[in-house]
Design a protein around this ligand. Structure first.
Ligand code: PMP
Length: 301
């Protein structure tokens, strides 16, 4: 098997050589931003939207990415091509770079740019047929006025803690509430409920990342004539929903069949959930930036 190539510090290096300094503030303090992106059939799904979010996260923490969006786009496409991938997960990391041990980032002169692309196939069908069990956890979503959930920063401890709590509770994913008890999201995915045919998801200001998949599902569902509302809801609304599902780059659209020990409806993935996953998978290979050919909307060869 040929080696995996990582874009690091301006060039491609082999995985074994892809190392960063222990003085990198991304490592020392979680000072940096990242994105998780997916490639379907050589198409980098919603790459513009991911880049927009990456640059907004960087802007928010005053981190200057030393490449423009177009250059960054090319680097990402080149990383996919260099690794000869067609179905892949891409991780883009921009850290503050190496500096001294003080947390003041002014000693960090050069941000570190990392792009990793790894082969990723669709998750097993059985997972989607079974659905997930979620549970609410003690740790709350960090408040937007403390550290905005819109900043996809390298400081993911809030999410890691709730994932640990979910693991300890023996459920597949955490149901994260905000400090007022409203439902926000999972540890790394957005949440939707369906009641009487209406699809609802929490407004991001309550404390959820504005997921690219979330937005794609809202658009798709609206196009298909569903009513979609961004509206606050509580755990009770989740328990009595007709359907519950999560969205995210990794899981795409996946049903939740149990929440805090309550079976959701008949305990099986719902029809609208299944339908939205189908619709989603129909567009993922064409909505974005193609790495290899000219079939798609904007080709980069
Ligand atoms: N919320 C959080 C906290 C996440 O980390 C992610 C994954 N990026 C999501 C939601 C889903 O976002 P997306 O659909 O952009 O992957």
């Amino acid at each position: 098997m040929s080696s995996q190539w990582i874009f690091l510090g301006g060039s491609f290096v082999r995985k074994e050589d892809a190392v960063v300094s222990v003085f990198d503030h991304g490592f020392l303090y979680g000072d940096g931003v990242f994105e998780g992106i997916r490639v379907y059939e050589g198409n980098v799904f919603k790459l513009d939207e991911h880049l927009e979010r990456l640059y907004q996260s960087a802007q928010s923490i005053m981190l200057d990415i030393p490449y423009g969006k177009e250059e960054m786009q090319q680097i990402i496409v080149d990383t996919v091509k260099k690794n000869e991938l067609t179905s892949a997960y891409i991780r883009v990391v921009i850290s503050r770079g190496p500096g001294n041990l003080g947390l003041d980032p002014s000693s960090c002169s050069t941000p570190q740019i990392i792009v990793i692309a790894e082969s990723l196939a669709l998750f097993p069908k059985e997972l989607y047929q079974r659905g997930l069990r979620i549970g609410s956890v003690a740790s709350r979503r960090n408040r937007p006025d403390v550290l905005s959930p819109q900043v996809k920063s390298l400081n993911y401890l809030n999410n890691i803690l709730v994932k640990l709590e979910a693991n300890q509770a023996g459920v597949d994913e955490a149901l994260m509430l905000n400090d007022q008890g409203y439902v926000t999201e999972g540890s790394a995915d957005n949440i939707f409920i369906v009641k009487n045919g209406k699809i609802m998801t929490p407004p991001v200001y309550l404390g959820a990342l504005e997921g690219i998949t979330r937005n794609a599902i809202i658009d798709l569902a609206k196009k298909e004539g569903y009513t979609v509302e961004e509206t606050p809801f509580t755990r009770h609304d989740v328990y009595v929903a007709d359907e519950v599902f999560l969205t995210g780059t990794a899981v795409e659209v996946i049903a939740v069949v149990e929440a805090d020990g309550r079976k959701i409806n008949d305990g099986k993935p719902g029809e609208i959930t299944d339908h939205l996953l189908d619709s989603f998978r129909k567009v993922v290979a064409s909505d974005g930036v193609q790495c290899y050919d000219t079939k798609s909307q904007r080709a980069i060869v």
